[in-house]
Design a protein around this ligand. Sequence first.
Ligand SMILES: CC(C)(COP(=O)(O)OP(=O)(O)OC[C@H]1O[C@@H](n2cnc3c(N)ncnc32)[C@H](O)[C@@H]1OP(=O)(O)O)[C@@H](O)C(=O)NCCC(=O)NCCS
Length: 168
Amino acid sequence: MTTLSIDIRRATRRDAEAIAAVHDRAWRLTYAGIIPHRVLTRMIGRRGPQWWANAIGRSATVLVLEIGGEIAGYATLGRNRARELRQAGEIYELYLSPEYQGIGLGRRLFESAREMLSAHGFEGVVVWALEENNAAISFYEGIGGRDAAEGVEVFDNKALRKIAFVWD
Ligand SMILES: CC(C)(COP(=O)(O)OP(=O)(O)OC[C@H]1O[C@@H](n2cnc3c(N)ncnc32)[C@H](O)[C@@H]1OP(=O)(O)O)[C@@H](O)C(=O)NCCC(=O)NCCS
């Protein structure tokens, strides 16, 4: 039996290409049929390796989950953007490559992101998920998130409802 090591760490510019690939595959699978095709393709196209290298180079915090040397997922995090919510931190994105979903890695990546926010003095976490993203909603409920607010995000002409989950 082979034992694969799991490592969650801050991304470096060298990870940009692998993160772009995870982003592409995870977003296509998650949002096909939810976000209109043309917008989704445009959004994914903008987030190539160069975009990620810039994001990592700026102060944006990007975490990667690496398994046996392969990038299996990423999270981006920072200050909570919604003034109406009192939690200080926010996980902006949390995505795993499709073949790594459903085996407990999302929970681990979430906990690491939360610990990093707390280590930077951000107490409490907010995460937004589109209401039609059933798996994400079940995931955030499953890991103890409290449904605290609703919003709307517009993609071209399609308005989609989103839910904020919070942890104190
Ligand atoms: C959402 C995502 C990050 C969850 O990570 P994951 O590794 O698949 O989830 P885990 O295996 O860690 O699950 C943790 C808990 O969440 C719940 N859960 C996860 N996926 C679920 C699903 N599809 N349906 C119901 N419950 C689910 C369970 O309670 C699970 O606890 P358990 O293992 O004790 O049963 C991952 O599936 C993913 O990247 N999905 C596509 C992208 C996405 O939607 N990201 C979130 C955008 S807001």
